[in-house]
Design a protein around this ligand. Structure first.
Ligand SMILES: [Zn+2]
Length: 132
């Protein structure tokens, strides 16, 4: 894909899960979703998320850089997929309920904010546990 910041570079997004580093590719919803984020280590150092056809720039706080609309309807399923003993990350939760990882990650964050779940980092990634 062409780098969305307009620098003119072409980014290679590997979708072959047999390779070491591959992105999940999903076309449910309003457009393409890729997981995890795309982060260029060289050149323009772009870091962005492709989520339901939106480009969401990471660490940029500006007008127009918005997440796709939130649907709270998946919160119950996300909470149901959480365990109260075994912490799970957003990928595991998304696999369990067959939803997009970014949607699940956002819903899980809302559940934490509402005191229904807890989260912390393990090896650099967030995990979630249903609150007692
Ligand atoms: Zn670029």
């Amino acid at each position: 894909m062409a780098c969305p910041d307009g620098c003119g570079e072409t980014l290679v997004i590997n979708l072959d899960s047999r390779a070491d580093k591959a992105w999940r590719f999903d076309t449910r919803g309003e457009g393409l979703t890729l997981f995890p984020s795309v982060w260029r280590e060289g050149g323009c150092e772009s870091h962005f998320i492709v989520w339901r056809g939106h480009i969401l720039w990471c660490d940029r706080f500006e007008d127009g850089n918005r997440e796709p609309p939130y649907n709270p309807a998946i919160e119950a399923a996300v909470l149901g997929a959480m365990d109260d003993v075994q912490p799970r990350n957003a990928v595991e939760l998304a696999d369990a309920i067959d939803e997009l990882v970014w949607d699940v990650n956002r819903a899980a964050g809302r559940l934490v904010a509402h005191g229904l779940a807890r989260s912390w980092k393990i090896n650099g990634g967030w995990v979630f546990l249903r609150a007692e």
